[in-house]
Design a protein around this ligand. Structure first.
Ligand code: ATP
Length: 403
């Protein structure tokens, strides 16, 4: 029997979204377009979960369809991509909808981005470029079968069995970032990969040379996975040997340990603390085209791992070793080495400051820049070992020096 999810739509989507979709529906019927909700939103409606993006696919030219909506003042077009014939539009109530033309893709080089071979193909042809069966469901928005789910690949059965299944055996070769997408969905929905999908994944990870893959996609999926700050995702990432995708080493670390540190020390780049524990290959780090501040985390990790002393005797030694390093790198260093000095630095020493500044010392009568630097350093040593605490004591110390 055909499944119709109009009721779920009414229960889960806001009135503004429902109104916008009705306008799309009317326009499609008037102009003979077949249009569908597609992918994540259909999956989430059936799972009764909140969905973020509203994706509509148009059998034909989505840009043309969007212009028809705009001509009727139903929406404002925010963005058009003419090559792929996709568009983003804004409806009343701040509702944004992404419109895509049905398309068929082909991967001329495994792992690289696909090329589009046909725009405006049938829905069935469009569906086969997708990642998992549960993400390949469509729901008709045309009046005659509004709300009806179209399932060409057994996605409904997999949804009810909580299974993640690829659409064909070449799926991971085409796009290995799907391995990480599986991880994300498995953790999010508590789903499992079906046995064949598991085998294909293991085969890809263990036998393919994955140098020439799209690192942009891999990076984006890693970022999404690890930004969730989920201990479970990290544990699965290690157990499923996903770290091999980035030529990583398997560390003896549990996700919960990382999560506990992140919750305590609040680093800005949460995902890079997780990734930093496995990503050591310089070539891959280069491929990721990190921003300058992201890259610093990796150079800091390298510095800390290559320069640490077997003994750090004083607070001053510890301070000097960590002071210019990012919190993320210090956490990774701790996770990899279990050196307690790293936490001592983050917890206590990093908060210690000399309160006097160079100008104040100059005003007290010391002109020479190098001497000022030496005094500031001495003050820092004393503050770190606790022999000086207050600013008054700092001033006393400088006065004594001058005497
Ligand atoms: P989320 O809830 O995380 O946004 P989503 O399923 O909506 O999940 P998107 O990344 O927004 O995921 O992608 C929308 C749809 O595009 C997916 O449901 C899937 O059908 C398809 N898709 C996305 N990435 C890929 C990929 N790498 N390979 C094949 N199909 C993909």
């Amino acid at each position: 029997m055909l499944l119709n999810i109009e009721k779920q739509m009414k229960a889960q989507l806001s009135d503004d979204i429902l109104d916008a979709l009705k306008l799309c529906s009317q326009t499609a019927d008037e102009h003979n377009f077949k249009i569908y909700l597609i992918g994540g939103i259909v999956r989430d409606l059936i799972l009764k979960r909140k969905s973020v993006d509203i994706d509509v696919t148009v059998e034909g030219d989505a840009v043309k369809f969007c212009h028809l909506l705009a001509q009727k003042d139903y929406c404002k077009i925010l963005q058009v991509q003419n090559e792929l014939k996709t568009a983003k539009a804004l409806f009343d109530g701040d509702v944004e909808i992404d419109f895509a033309s049905t398309r068929q893709e082909f991967y001329p080089h495994r792992g690289q981005l696909p090329v589009v071979v046909k725009i405006g193909c049938s829905l069935e042809e469009d569906v086969y470029r997708r990642d998992f069966t549960i993400n390949s469901l469509a729901m008709s928005l045309n009046k005659k079968n509004y709300g009806e789910v179209i399932d060409y690949v057994g996605g409904l059965k997999d949804l009810s069995n909580k299974k993640l299944r690829v659409l064909h055996d070449n799926s991971f070769n085409e796009d290995p970032s799907r391995i990480l997408r599986a991880l994300k969905f498995a953790a999010r929905f508590n789903f499992h990969r079906d046995d064949h999908t598991k085998e294909l994944q293991a085969k890809y990870i263990n036998t393919q040379m994955h140098d020439d893959i799209s690192w942009t996609r891999i990076k984006s999926e890693l970022k999404q996975c690890f930004s969730l700050n989920s201990a479970k995702i990290y544990d699965m990432f290690l157990v499923n040997e996903n770290y091999k995708l980035v030529y990583g080493q398997k560390p003896e670390i549990k996700g919960l340990e990382i999560k506990t540190l992140i919750d305590k020390y609040n680093p800005y780049y949460v995902w890079l603390v997780y990734l930093g524990t496995v990503l050591t290959d310089d070539k891959i780090i280069e491929q990721f085209c990190f921003t300058r501040s992201e890259k610093k985390i990796f150079t800091d990790i390298e510095y800390l791992m290559n320069n640490h002393l077997s003994m750090m005797n004083s607070n001053y030694d510890i301070y000097k070793f960590f002071v210019k390093r990012t919190t993320e790198s210090i956490l990774v260093y701790y996770l990899l080495t279990q050196r307690k000095e790293a936490l001592k630095y983050l917890e206590n020493l990093s908060l210690i400051r000399v309160e006097l500044n160079g100008d104040e010392i100059k005003a007290m009568g010391i002109e020479n820049g190098r001497e000022i630097g030496e005094i500031l350093d001495e003050l820092l040593k004393k503050k770190l070992n606790g022999t000086i605490v207050k600013k008054g004591d700092e001033i006393e110390f400088v006065k004594n020096k001058i005497k």
